[in-house]
Design a protein around this ligand. Structure first.
Ligand SMILES: Cc1cc2nc3c(=O)[nH]c(=O)nc-3n(C[C@H](O)[C@H](O)[C@H](O)COP(=O)(O)OP(=O)(O)OC[C@H]3O[C@@H](n4cnc5c(N)ncnc54)[C@H](O)[C@@H]3O)c2cc1C
Length: 547
């Protein structure tokens, strides 16, 4: 993200204030290439606004310019423009005026096109560079969408890496005909060569994995690539993984971190008020701090790639989705978990605006309001009891005719005046007004009647899924997929430790994950001191082959 630019103030009516232009001027000083915004000729009511917006930006540096031209069908309409770097088409296109949350996408596209280093792992770059067929991406966005810029920015970088790739941001608000033609229900919605490719919350790792699903041979670009032997490899870049990596690096160990999405669940969190000593922060801010802290140490970070497999042994071999391998003397698994989703309309769209998964975290934001808890198991009833002390009322919706929670919890819930329990209820949809949840629609499964209940928040409590599938058969797990650890975070396999939400540790919280991560790394250090972890002949051969 381009820090410091107050894009939130820009919204749809773009006002490039003196402060914003000053900040842009500073960024533009590092530009190595000339960048031209090429605007398609033609008529459109918004065209003048677009040209004036781009001209204001171009005014900050001699290296920037605006040109109006007929691009012979390269661009969609008279409010579309592309970026050229030193006269070469970059493959980056914008259809609409990138204000709101997309302003950062435009600024980053401009700086990356001018030579600023791309923020992608080398193995990801190799995969993108290996694409040999034309890939034309269209990303439908809305300027108020928080999740859209990440997709636009990732695809713009792909376009810069490979002339076979183009990436076009399309403001759905200005292309209503396309939105209805393609029946687009939510943004971001990504099309590849005219076919739906991805939608919803998507980041660079998801896009890369989808490209690999389409063409597994792209992995060959990284064949034979391997890091030097690591003392500790941390899998996961959430609070537990980051704590593990920092503690390990501080012991002088050689550390690598593999993180599909750096920040983990924290990235999806709006407000955090229970990280002790930090009274108030946001997910993106905390992720920024975690990254800064990691960067303070000599830690190899492999981002946007996933661990697919672990080969056990004295020295362990980790295989990444990019095709690379890492040989390591110990492993800390900190791959976290994800909340099981309801999968009804209005859920994904309103996360952070009334739809929540964590009562400890988000309950206080609903003080004095009416909320629902979906799920009548132990976690649902515990959540209802927890919330009942803060909010005005809690309605628990249970799909089955009976609650699954322990009787002692049910008894406590029944004693509370502000908890109502509705059984045999199938949630149909969550509705919102002005961007905030305002009601839930549910069907009484005994009568099939559909009812609406007005409320401000919905807490989904239908389970947490540990991200542990790739460890099946390697370490012992519970029936729910949690990795079983002892009090020093050791798993059933010597040299493999685990920390945070992916484990059996009770209570899934940031501060707990950080503590567990620290503990796992100290235990790994102790293990490395007391075990001679040396390579067998066969393993050394592998190293020689890779080198
Ligand atoms: C919406 C929301 C709000 C929350 N609010 C709060 C709050 O206010 N306060 C609080 O204390 N807690 C909160 N939590 C809970 C908290 O975020 C988690 O407890 C914490 O993030 C767990 O940390 P972790 O490192 O164990 O796992 P995660 O944060 O889940 O991180 C897991 C990491 O592993 C990576 N990963 C997964 N699989 C692989 C793989 N195969 N290969 C490579 N990498 C992989 C992920 O990409 C990620 O980097 C919230 C959770 C959510 C979802």
């Amino acid at each position: 993200m381009v820090g410091g630019i107050g894009v939130s103030k820009i919204r749809q009516n773009i006002v490039l204030t003196k402060e914003i232009l000053q900040a842009l001027k500073g960024y533009a000083e590092s530009m190595q290439k000339n960048v031209t915004f090429v605007v398609q000729n033609g008529e459109h009511s918004k065209r003048e606004e677009l040209v004036s917006f781009l001209s204001d930006i171009a005014g900050v540096s001699e290296k920037l310019s605006v040109e109006e031209r007929d691009t012979n069908g390269e661009l969609r309409s008279a409010i579309s423009f592309l970026l050229e770097a030193d006269g070469e088409d970059t493959g980056i296109r914008f259809s609409g005026i990138p204000g709101g949350h997309e302003f950062n996408s435009l600024v980053l596209a401009m700086l990356h096109a001018a030579g600023t280093e791309l923020k992608l792992d080398d193995s990801v770059k190799s995969i993108v560079k290996a694409v040999s067929e034309p890939l034309n991406f269209e990303v439908f966005i809305s300027l108020s969408c928080h999740n859209c810029p990440e997709v636009v920015q990732a695809l713009n970088q792909f376009a810069l890496l490979n002339p076979n790739i183009t990436s076009e941001m399309i403001d759905g608000g200005l292309y209503q005909n396309l939105i209805s033609e393609r029946d687009i229900q939510g943004v971001p919605s990504v099309y590849l060569n005219g076919e739906l490719f991805a939608n919803g919350k998507v980041d660079a790792s998801v896009l890369i994995n989808k490209l690999l699903e389409r063409d597994a041979s792209l992995k060959d670009a990284n064949k034979g690539e391997s890091l030097p032997l690591q003392d500790v490899t941390v899998i996961g870049g959430g609070p537990a993984g980051v704590a593990s990596a920092i503690y390990s690096a501080r012991k002088g160990l050689k550390v690598a971190v593999v993180a599909e999405t750096f920040g983990g669940q924290v990235k999806d969190t709006m407000g955090i008020e229970n990280l002790i000593s930090v009274p108030k922060t946001t997910g993106p801010e905390l992720v920024g701090n975690l990254m800064e802290h990691v960067r303070d140490y000599d830690i190899t970070l492999k981002e946007h790639v996933r661990v697919d497999n672990i080969e056990q042994g004295n020295v362990k071999t980790i295989t990444l989705s990019s095709g690379e391998q890492i040989r390591t003397r110990s492993i800390i698994v900190a791959t976290g978990a994800r909340w099981r989703e309801l999968g009804v309309p209005g859920e994904k769209e309103n996360v952070g605006n009334g739809v929540a998964y964590c009562p400890h975290c988000d309950g206080p934001f609903f003080k004095g309001k009416d909320v629902a808890v979906i799920g009548g198991g132990n976690s649902g009833i515990e959540a209802a009891l927890d919330l009942a002390g803060i909010v005005k009322s809690v309605t628990v919706f249970e799909f089955m005719p009976d609650l699954k929670a322990d009787q002692v919890l049910i008894n406590q819930a029944e004693k509370r005046d502000n908890i109502t329990i509705i059984k045999n209820a199938a949630t149909k949809q969550i509705t919102a007004l002005n961007g905030k949840v305002n009601a839930i629609e549910y069907q009484d499964r005994s009568t099939n009647e559909v009812h609406t209940r007005e409320l401000a928040g919905v807490f989904v409590q239908i389970g947490l899924i540990p991200n542990s599938q790739f460890m099946k058969g390697t370490v012992d797990m519970t029936q729910y997929g949690e990795i079983i650890i002892d009090d020093k975070c050791l798993t059933s396999e010597p040299g493999i430790f685990a920390a945070g939400d992916v484990t059996t540790v009770p209570y899934k919280q940031i501060v707990i994950s950080m503590g567990e991560g620290a503990k796992a790394s100290l235990a790994a250090f102790e293990y490395l001191l007391s075990h001679e972890v040396i390579e067998t002949e066969k393993e050394s051969e592998k190293e020689t082959e890779a080198a």
